[in-house]
Design a protein around this ligand. Structure first.
Ligand code: SF4
Length: 149
């Protein structure tokens, strides 16, 4: 088995979130000790700054990849292309190292897997994937979140 695995950097204590903070998860940190981990932050890799204005998707990540939905910041800017670029960069790393698995941060418009915010910035969740999770799943990568560890 390829021991390499992708993990959302904020789960390991990297301060890459929109608010300039991290979201450390002990189970992800424990995994880091056992596996050969590559940390990624798709939003930074897509060219967004930290801190940054929070964003939400208007629909599922797969629909965003098809050009049918968007990622919009709380102040109304369209950052869809940054999110797509970040997802593509993560996929590039995955292909480069022949990685098959990823642990991504739940509910994020990039990393969320199965649960995302509904695009109204009112803490309402809907079923769906973030843009990076959707692209990885589309390419046959097993994506789980910190809630599955
Ligand atoms: S894009 Fe992913 S890794 Fe980066 S801060 Fe958001 S949830 Fe964490």
């Amino acid at each position: 088995m390829n021991k390499k695995i992708i993990i959302s950097a904020c789960l390991l204590g990297v301060s890459c979130r929109y608010d300039g903070r991290s979201k450390p998860c002990q189970k992800a940190i424990d995994l880091y000790k056992k596996r050969d981990v590559i940390l990624v932050c798709p939003e930074q890799m897509g060219g967004l700054s930290t801190p940054r204005t929070p964003s939400e998707t208007t629909g599922d990540g797969l629909e965003i990849l098809k050009g049918k939905e968007k990622v919009i910041t709380k102040t109304g800017d369209d950052v869809t292309q940054n999110f797509i670029k970040g997802a593509e960069e993560v996929l590039k790393i995955i292909k480069l190292f022949n990685i098959k698995e990823a642990v991504l941060k739940q509910k994020s418009p990039s990393c969320g897997c199965g649960k995302i915010y509904d695009g109204t910035f009112s803490d309402k969740l809907i079923k769906g994937d973030g843009v990076t999770a959707a692209l990885l799943k589309k390419n046959g990568i097993k994506v789980i979140t910190e809630e599955d560890l």
